[in-house]
Design a binder for this molecule. Structure first.
Ligand SMILES: Cc1cc2nc3c(=O)[nH]c(=O)nc-3n(C[C@H](O)[C@H](O)[C@H](O)COP(=O)(O)OP(=O)(O)OC[C@H]3O[C@@H](n4cnc5c(N)ncnc54)[C@H](O)[C@@H]3O)c2cc1C
Length: 371
């Protein structure tokens, strides 16, 4: 008999496993896939604090960032980059950055001149740069290796057991029915990512969930370059709620809707992170539907790359890999549902699960077991 069964071995499930295991609970994590394959390994691995929506999301991101920083060295996960450089070329962006810096979320962040910005990321185009927002808070890990390492760490340090290639069919603690037999656990936390129909569809639907499809690219520069921090651009100010919900962002959003209409219509904003081999993970776009199609039109990639080239001078760069990912989306950025005293359903319904799950998990486990 386990204390806790967790459905889903993405970052949300793993974060809950960590939090429960740290309290000495005997935990089993069940996932239908042979290895992590969902949003959690398709993302940038960009643990973002600055720019998250004010209040709950920003607070969760700050907590989660601390957990990432704690476990990364123990789990053998390399933090490849620290911090964020958000480049701005419009005067309207400058106003948003100043307004952001005046909020509590601006603590530790500052404006950089063009030469200070290029000292951090020499590939940034200084000629069109008006100013840049620098944040020291972010961490960047390589998700496709980091997620398996978190799972291995949970087993090695806390004895968390994993049942892979096992679909969970029904959750009614102490009985969890799976395609590989019954698991017995006193409580269960369902972390199904963007699968809204296999378990508790009637509980999930009222949260008005849909799915978001994103395009991602791996870009190889023609010569060795160093990105000390992740890079974003004006489009990020128009999209990340920590900036875009500020009253000062209204003129910028109107300008972006006019000047970068196609990018805005495709939900494109620029994030560039760097991997250990020097290649860059670049994205992304946002298209919403109940069942996203599996197709990845090159026009969307080209829109992302146009913004990349407006911000970075990397002549001769090549695209070496393309993929799409999907995540859960809803009007609220996250949901926790309580079908019974012993069951919780936890879904991050926005694109920030890598940045917030460790914080959310602390909340769920404290509520389930007492602070
Ligand atoms: C392209 C892309 C870029 C992103 N970039 C970032 C970023 O830079 N920073 C950030 O913070 N966030 C980012 N996100 C969002 C983040 O990746 C997600 O919020 C997060 O990964 C969601 O984690 P999850 O565990 O809920 O989902 P998943 O990783 O999808 O895991 C869910 C798991 O549940 C399993 N499962 C579901 N139902 C069952 C069942 N009945 N039985 C057994 N197993 C089941 C699935 O097999 C799956 O493994 C990005 C997302 C994408 C797609």
């Amino acid at each position: 008999m386990y204390d806790l069964a967790i459905v889903g071995a993405g970052i949300v499930g793993l974060a809950h496993a960590l939090s429960a295991a740290r309290r000495g609970k005997k935990v089993v994590v069940v996932d239908r896939d042979a290895q992590a394959n969902g949003a959690s390994i398709r993302n940038f691995g960009f643990v973002t604090v600055t720019g998250q929506g004010a209040g709950d999301c920003w607070n969760m991101a700050r907590k989660a960032r601390e957990v990432w920083a704690e476990i990364a060295p123990e789990a053998g996960i390399e933090v490849l980059q620290r911090g964020l450089l958000l480049t701005a070329r419009y005067p309207e962006s400058e106003a948003v950055i100043d307004a952001f810096l005046a909020t509590e979320m601006g603590e530790g962040c500052r404006r950089l001149t063009a030469s200070e910005a290029t000292a951090k990321v020499p590939s940034v185009r200084a000629d069109t740069l008006r100013t840049a927002l620098y944040s020291p808070h972010e961490l960047r890990v390589e998700s496709r290796t980091a997620i398996p390492k978190v799972a291995a760490y949970l087993t090695a340090k806390y004895g968390v057991e994993f049942r892979r290639q096992t679909q969970v069919l029904d959750v009614a603690p102490p009985v969890i029915e799976t395609t590989r037999g019954t698991i017995r656990a006193e409580a269960a936390i369902v972390c199904p990512g963007d699968d809204f129909t296999s378990l508790f569809p009637e509980r999930i639907a009222p949260y008005n969930v849909t799915r978001c499809k994103l395009h991602m690219l791996r870009v190889r520069p023609s010569k060795a370059v160093t990105f000390e921090t992740a890079v974003m651009s004006d489009l990020g100010l128009g999209r990340y709620l920590g900036y875009s919900e500020l009253p000062a962002a209204t003129p910028l959003k109107a300008l972006l809707d006019r000047d970068l209409k196609v990018a805005r219509e495709n939900g494109v904003h620029l994030i560039v992170t760097q991997s250990a081999d020097g290649s860059l993970v670049v994205g992304d776009s946002h298209h919403y539907s109940t069942t996203p199609d599996p197709f990845a039109p090159t026009e969307v990639d080209d829109i992302i790359l146009e913004e990349f080239d407006r911000v970075l001078a990397l002549p001769g760069r090549t695209v070496t890999e393309r993929w799409v990912g999907t995540y859960a989306s809803a009007p609220e950025w996250r949901m926790t549902d309580k079908p019974s005293d012993s069951i919780r359903i936890v879904i991050v319904t926005s694109g920030c699960g890598a940045s917030t799950s460790f914080g959310i998990a602390e909340e769920t486990i404290s509520e389930l077991y007492g602070a």
